[in-house]
Design a protein. Structure first.
Length: 297
């Protein structure tokens, strides 16, 4: 019966609470290399059918990657889904051990599809890409401040802008080199950038933050990318279809790329024009274009 075990893990900065669905067992491990080694050893003895973790601001990444590298089926779930599930079964209290039991219960009843975890190099690429976004945000803020800066601080702001621009240039070089040094990434990058409207920033975002691309069907990949329209119907009422959920980083990157794609990509331009001609607002039509692209992936 070992393979019927459904395991829930509640991860905090310094600890991990582990429980098995419908079992009395529970374990408390430290969230470090020692604790992770003990967790892996325990999972080898359990041979779980599925391990579910709650996304906790990045603390779950190392744990999920290590478990998956040992061939355990792992799913990382949005905390909102876990809390909604807890409320649906009448659990309103919240403690670490209770959260772990709720996650294990969720694993057994919902049985989410195990997630494809990024490799160590992909996580490194994602971290550098995140830093690039932070630098771009700071650069935009400083340029806005420069417009209203008084003479006493104008030079300081300008010096910071110059430093940020150099930092951004250095990061771009590192990202490009990382992709070129990996044969698989290089091949995927060439394929992605062969599509009109897809540039290096979008390509690297998909490589780092969307490893499932090419492994899921068109509806699953569109929903995961946060660009699938969902129905809002009840009885005779037909509500507006809206997109929500998914990965906001991927959705933002693809939406911005759509501005270029609808001008230079003949297929997306035709698709966009048909939507606008049918009465769709241009913003809505732009948002649907990435969904159409993922559907063809």
């Amino acid at each position: 019966m070992g393979h019927m075990n459904f395991v829930g893990i509640d991860i905090a900065k310094d600890s991990m609470e582990v429980t098995v669905h419908e079992g009395k067992e529970r374990w408390d491990f430290t969230n470090d290399e020692t604790g992770l080694a003990k967790l892996v050893a325990k999972m080898k003895r359990l041979s779980p059918r599925l391990i579910v973790l709650e996304a906790t601001g990045g603390y779950e990444n190392t744990v999920a990657a290590e478990l998956q590298s040992k061939c355990f089926p792992v799913a990382v779930i949005n905390p909102r889904q876990i809390r909604d599930f807890a409320r649906s079964v009448g659990i309103l209290a919240k403690t670490d051990i209770l959260d772990a039991r709720v996650i294990a219960h969720f694993a057994a009843k919902i049985q989410p599809v195990p997630r494809i975890m990024p490799t160590e190099e992909a996580r490194k690429l994602g971290a550098i890409l995140m830093r690039r976004r932070q630098v771009v945000t700071m650069l935009t803020s400083e340029k806005n401040r420069l417009q209203q800066a008084v003479p006493a601080v104008r030079k300081r702001v300008q010096n910071h802008i110059t430093w940020l621009e150099q930092e951004l240039n250095d990061i771009n070089k590192v990202l490009k080199q990382m992709v070129q040094d990996d044969p698989e990434w290089k091949e995927k990058d060439e394929i992605l950038q062969s599509v009109p409207g897809v540039g290096p920033n979008l390509s690297i975002t998909l490589l780092a933050d969307f490893p499932e691309l090419g492994h899921l069907n068109r509806k699953q990949i569109a929903a995961l990318g946060g660009v699938a329209p969902f129905n809002r119907d009840s009885g005779k009422m037909r509500g507006k279809r809206t997109i929500w959920g998914g990965r906001d980083i991927v959705r933002t990157a693809t939406y911005m790329a759509a501005f270029v794609a609808v001008r230079c990509n003949p297929l997306l331009k035709s698709f966009f024009d048909r939507l606008v001609a049918a009465g769709k607002p241009r913003k809505v039509a732009l948002g649907v274009c990435p969904s159409n692209s993922f559907s063809q992936a």
